[in-house]
Design a protein around this ligand. Sequence first.
Ligand SMILES: [Zn+2]
Length: 398
Amino acid sequence: MIGITVVFLGLYLWFTTFPGRPAGDAYRYFTEGDIVSARAYASASRMVSAINFSVELSFLIWFTMGTAGRYLSDWCEKVAGRYTLSILLYFFILWVILRIINLPFSLYSGYFLQKQWGFSTQTLMSWWMDYIKSAALDLVLSATGVILLFFAVNRWPGTWHITAWAFISLWLVVQTFLWPILVEPLFNKFEAAKDPQIIAMVKELADKAGIPVNQVLIMDASRRTTKANAYFTGIGRIKRIVLYDTLLKDYPEDEVRAVIAHEMGHWRQGHIVKGLLESSLGILIMLLILHTFMKIDIHFNGSYPPYLWAYLTLFFVLASYIANPIYNYESRRMETEADRISVMLTEDPNSVIKLQVDLAKRNLSDMSPPLFIEWFAYTHPSTMHRIEMVEKIKPPSE
Ligand SMILES: [Zn+2]
């Protein structure tokens, strides 16, 4: 797994450093200036994430495969006295170390890079507030997960992975329900769309798509960024389309209509449920592999040492990196489906294309990234691939 990860990381670094020229088609929609600044911004972001991952991975390999991780494990068992406490102590120390390693990179890409390129509308103080809130949430949820996991591996050493799989799958469903209601409001305000034009637009598209109108919410994204976006969340009866206020402020009506139609495409194709089922299958495969590895690597005599947590962390970091292209391939497939439906619902391919061009210009998206980078890291097809798909449905008008 380390070998595969290093190959992917090496290729990612190579294509970040030498991205080559964008596809010639990009010049039909973008100026040389657009293309150059999008590339520069993308290269800086990619470089930060690649270096961050390299540092984190190097540390985890050294810590887990060397003696430090086992030494700390013995120390925690001695100091804590009680088993559960020793697990929590070990988890907490590793959590803090990883936070410290990642913090400068998060701060740079989440704040300074955004300021430098004129996207951020945040103060440094409010960035820190966000960071602390999300770190606290992560700490509490992860600690709970660790306790449950150690309980399961010790209690059912032969079959814990099946229990863990059922539990994680259930958690994914709960999270999909609860995240938009409980967690997102900690970071942003959401208001029902009041603009009669938007409401009429949603109703028209929803009728055409044959789905009941539910909630269209406007999120105050402008408190952090000038970038525009929209997304779709919820499951069962709670289905919501969330539009960034930046989208409504900076984009013309026909493009907003194309965004809503795209989100309805996700809705109509049941992408949330499909995504959940596929994630659940992916987790099962990961856990089956992990279970096999653990039997070979870690000695079990009644209870696992805290060290198991370092081993699992390294495993999940590697496994999720390797699974990236599979996950992203599937995500891009769904995005293409939603784009196709947006053309069908709006009956206006030109505004769908115009939206892509405007989004890329304003968000400085690399419209035509190196193919490896798109294959490995892009959850959405690149701008030029999205435009080409729409053009195939209908040839561009002159
Ligand atoms: Zn989408």
